[in-house]
Design a protein around this ligand. Structure first.
Ligand code: HEC
Ligand code: HEC
Ligand code: HEC
Ligand code: HEC
Ligand code: HEC
Length: 180
């Protein structure tokens, strides 16, 4: 048996659900204005649930995407859409781990003396989205007001935590945040 054949036979034996479901696209991209796109992986789900399309189609999600309404997180908390399983019993609850479904990226603040970078992922490892959104930051640079370092020293924006106690202070460590 050739190496490729052996490999595919092995893949088939080890991952029967996956191997036979390859005819559908893995990733479905769901556009969400407030958070950026959510990428739903068919393969991850079929791997965990078995090759059972009818678990979701068309009871929870119509296969014709235009037939699905736009669900809110509150709908999901009430058991609709992803919340049909992501309820803390059958799978992690939607309130457990926002970043599992809503990936974040680093934010760059344009500053004349040297741009400041906010590394989202460093923070989402320690905090939930709701620790910052929307009380400290609106998740949209256009809607969010700009802050001065003086305001931050008084505890606003990054200064809510970067006060020398919870995290390193904004009164020094300039080059930890800024390109300077
Ligand atoms: C865990 C739930 C789940 C399972 C199981 C599932 N799907 Fe899906 N499927 C989705 C979701 C979510 C969407 C996107 C719905 C939307 O955003 O409108 C989708 C979309 C689709 C689409 C439309 C893709 C597009 O780009 O238009 C097809 C086709 C599809 N699924 C086929 C299948 C088939 C075939 C199976 C079984 C092998 C399957 N699905 C199993 C959740 C699931
Ligand atoms: C299991 C996956 C999943 C998890 C976990 C999740 N979301 Fe979502 N969220 C989605 C999907 C999918 C949509 C888009 C639904 C649609 O358009 O039909 C969405 C939509 C949203 C929206 C826009 C709709 C609305 O409710 O205003 C916001 C804001 C949002 N999510 C925030 C969050 C926050 C904050 C958390 C954590 C508390 C979270 N999400 C956890 C999957 C998830
Ligand atoms: C420690 C605070 C903090 C936490 C925790 C946090 N964020 Fe943010 N987030 C920010 C800041 C700061 C910005 C930038 C605000 C601005 O542009 O003025 C931002 C911006 C965003 C944006 C807009 C991005 C853009 O390109 O405009 C989205 C979407 C977002 N956050 C989603 C999330 C999600 C989802 C989570 C949880 C997984 C999360 N955030 C957790 C601080 C946080
Ligand atoms: C915790 C991260 C952080 C630290 C530490 C920090 N900054 Fe900033 N700084 C920022 C962010 C983020 C902005 C942009 C805020 C906005 O636009 O809303 C900013 C904005 C600025 C601005 C433009 C606004 C203003 O106040 O004039 C200057 C200048 C500046 N920082 C200088 C400094 C200097 C000098 C230090 C060290 C004493 C410093 N920063 C420490 C994150 C930080
Ligand atoms: C909810 C609290 C909180 C807020 C708000 C917050 N941070 Fe942080 N940040 C932390 C903590 C805690 C650490 C890690 C502890 C430390 O390094 O002192 C950290 C670490 C960092 C680091 C170091 C990352 C690394 O690689 O070690 C940077 C850079 C940073 N924050 C920038 C920012 C900027 C810029 C803002 C505002 C846009 C901000 N943070 C807002 C709590 C916060």
């Amino acid at each position: 048996m050739s190496r490729t054949l052996l490999l595919s036979a092995l893949t088939f034996l080890l991952l029967p659900g996956l191997a036979t479901a390859r005819w559908i696209d893995d990733i479905v991209k769901i556009d969400v204005e407030a958070t950026g796109p959510v990428e739903f992986s068919h393969y991850n789900h079929l791997d965990a649930l078995g090759k059972k399309c009818t678990l979701c189609h068309n009871r929870v999600f119509n296969i014709v995407r235009s037939k699905n309404p736009e669900f809110t997180m509150d709908d999901m908390r009430k058991g609709k859409a992803c919340g049909a399983r992501h309820n803390g019993k059958k799978a992690f609850a939607v309130d457990d781990d926002c970043s599992a479904c809503h990936p974040t990226h680093d934010i760059v603040f344009a500053v004349e003396d040297g741009d400041a970078t906010f590394p989202h992922s460093v923070h989402t490892e320690m905090y939930g989205c709701a620790d910052c959104h929307t009380d400290i930051f609106i998740p949209d640079q256009k809607k969010n007001p700009r802050f001065t370092m003086d305001q931050m020293s008084e505890g606003e924006a990054c200064g809510a935590c970067h006060d020398g106690d919870t995290a390193f202070s904004v009164d020094d460590n300039c080059d930890t945040c800024h390109d300077m």
